[in-house]
Design a protein around this ligand. Structure first.
Ligand code: PAF
Length: 283
């Protein structure tokens, strides 16, 4: 695996592959890689000849008081995992390389309708930070395909929307959520949890699954189902941020007419803010 930290050097390396007619799939990450990230890499391998991953903890998507400084940086471990999983190129730029001081946040990419709700309401500016860095990374890597985990369903929609609106020639692929045996979605932030909290955290997935079961059984009183799940989360030691049954396409509250649904949730447990979702076609 080639490890490249400079934009020019990455472009040169990719130029050679493109000349050879190779297709390129890209997996952007913030590092601290777990099995969920590695499954994105597997998906990228299915799609293209050359797989490029990036590791960049993007300061623009962290708000004041969030965990930018404490975000786990495990570069050597990550490098070993990527090598083992057959990644061809790892792009790992510095903050200065991505945001030269004179140009920091000179241009931002904002996807207004999707960015102010749910996680965007609790983390103002977060999705603009994500949209801006992903657009920059797309400009640098110019991949044919880019693979994102569906755990962050809202982020996935934001990226699909910006790609469509800006006519970027990249196909966005969503990869299924990787889960522990307990059902807990794999996340770098699970590392903030104690062993006892990890056990309790699986309640988040159970609430999603129970809510889906109730909907499929014909209970379309979404407000009641949301309230029930929030109390179950509280009883398990979570401080819920939101738990909502939404329309998959735009994340607006679902109506009883909608059949493509997503139940999205975010909740605090100890030092971690966990997110998860279930998207499905209502029976
Ligand atoms: O999902 C993430 O890890 C990040 O938000 C991303 C897409 C790599 C942008 O920094």
């Amino acid at each position: 695996m080639q490890v490249i930290s400079k934009i020019d050097a990455l472009r040169q390396a990719l130029w050679q592959h493109r000349l050879n007619g190779a297709s390129i799939a890209f997996v952007p990450t913030m590092g601290n890689l777990h099995e969920g990230h590695l499954q994105l890499l597997d998906r990228a391998h299915e799609q293209a000849d050359i797989v490029v991953a990036s590791i960049f903890v993007n300061p623009l998507q962290f708000g004041p008081g969030e965990d930018f400084n404490g975000y786990p940086r495990t570069f050597e471990n990550d490098q070993a995992k990527l090598t083992e999983r057959g990644c061809h190129i790892l792009f790992a730029p510095s903050v200065e390389e991505m945001y030269p001081e004179t140009r920091i946040s000179a241009t931002i990419v904002k996807v207004p309708q999707l960015s102010g709700i749910h996680c965007g309401a609790s983390r103002p500016g977060h999705f603009t930070g994500v949209a801006t860095v992903v657009t920059k990374l797309f400009g640098i890597v110019q991949p044919d395909y880019a693979v994102f985990g569906l755990k962050d369903f809202q982020q996935f929609l934001v990226i699909k929307q910006l790609t469509e609106d800006l006519c970027l020639p990249v196909e966005i692929i969503g990869a299924p959520i990787a889960r522990a045996e307990s059902g807990l979605a794999l996340s770098s932030r699970n590392g903030y949890l104690t062993a006892a909290e990890l056990d309790q955290a699986a309640t988040l997935y159970r609430c999603l699954a129970d809510t889906r079961t109730s909907i499929d059984a014909g209970n379309l009183n979404f407000a009641e189902l949301e309230a029930k799940a929030q109390s179950q989360l509280q009883a398990a030691g979570f401080t819920p941020d939101y738990f909502k049954v939404c329309c998959q396409q735009d994340l607006q509250p679902a109506s009883t007419e909608d059949s493509e649904l997503v139940i999205i949730a975010a909740a605090y447990m100890g030092k971690a803010r966990l997110i998860d979702n279930l998207h499905f076609h209502r029976l």
